[in-house]
Design a protein around this ligand. Sequence first.
Ligand code: LMR
Length: 392
Amino acid sequence: MFETLAAPKEDAIIALMQAYAADPRPDKIDLGVGVYRDERGHTPVMAAVKAAEAQILQAQDSKSYLSLAGDAAFLNAMESLLLGGAVPSARVAAVGAPGGTAAVRQICELIRKARPEAVIWVSAQTWPNHLPLITAAGLQTRPYRYLAPEGGLDQAAMFADLEHVRAGDVVLLHGCCHNPTGVDLVAQDWAEIGALLSRRGAVPFIDMAYQGFGEGLDADAGGLRHLAARLPEVLVAASCSKNFGLYRERVGIAMAIVDATQRSNLAAVLAGLNRQNFAFPPDHGARVVSTILGDVALRHQWESELAEMRNRVQTNRRALAEALRDETGSDRFAGVGAEQGMFSLLPLSPEEVQRLRVEHGVYLLDDGRANMAGLSVRNSTACARAIASVTR
Ligand code: LMR
């Protein structure tokens, strides 16, 4: 029965992870997959996570099933982390999901169930897994322009494209730390998007995978909170992989902000989608998150560790931008210093990216996406030198 199956097209991020792992060069540099790394290139377990895990280990006396939506303490804590009270809880239906990826998938399934003909508008540059996830859920996509050819947000083009959004369509927006460009919307853009979607009767879908890696926990959720407070329906998929460093534990949340009269029905539909796909969401990582967010001292510790990670990534950005200016003698890479979050899209051709990999052991995605967390004081000059040599 399997003769007709073709292996899927390789996922660019996963393939790069494997190629990096197989490279024996000791001075190789990993700017590929979006995980945080410390100065030594290690992805540590956060101290607040370790402390929460110790508490859980002590106190937990059962591993029996919870509800299909997951643990209520996790859902409530995440609601307040994401929404900060911008909307009443009576409007929020949410379920846990195995990571931000599954949260995106569950929201797509929800859209498909409610409105199969909806078009999902996706920024022209986006996370490589967005389109496969959306199309696997049976939905159609259309791109809207995002990045200007010279770098920065192409606001005029983005709004011109979004003028074609129809009532009932869905617009996918990166909550913060746009992946792959690092170019974020500012308050004015969010306000204009809110007005446009409201006028056209379309629904925003916020993918929040890096809250806390841009400007800070509250500032990074500003756009989401603005839309949630002003629009009747908002969809959210959020991940705790990066800001809690819980990558392999798979901690995510899928949320629909709706009219209070529809909340309990929506919560039941979301729980039904969980049942259909994986039944109960994983609990351990979600419990770590609710333990941290529910304890003043642990939360404080977590926030300061997160601030340290954010600052390290920003320091790396500035160091790379400066080194690139010095090594190339041009402002071609100036955007890197000003962008937000883990990623920037370096203006490099696929051939230049290939040469960086083969000749210098510097790994980034073919489109030029580079994870700033993979840099260190030690290697940013070497990295800039390698980039300068392939672009000369
Ligand atoms: C990334 O963009 O590198 C991360 O979000 C990891 C992933 O799942 O692709």
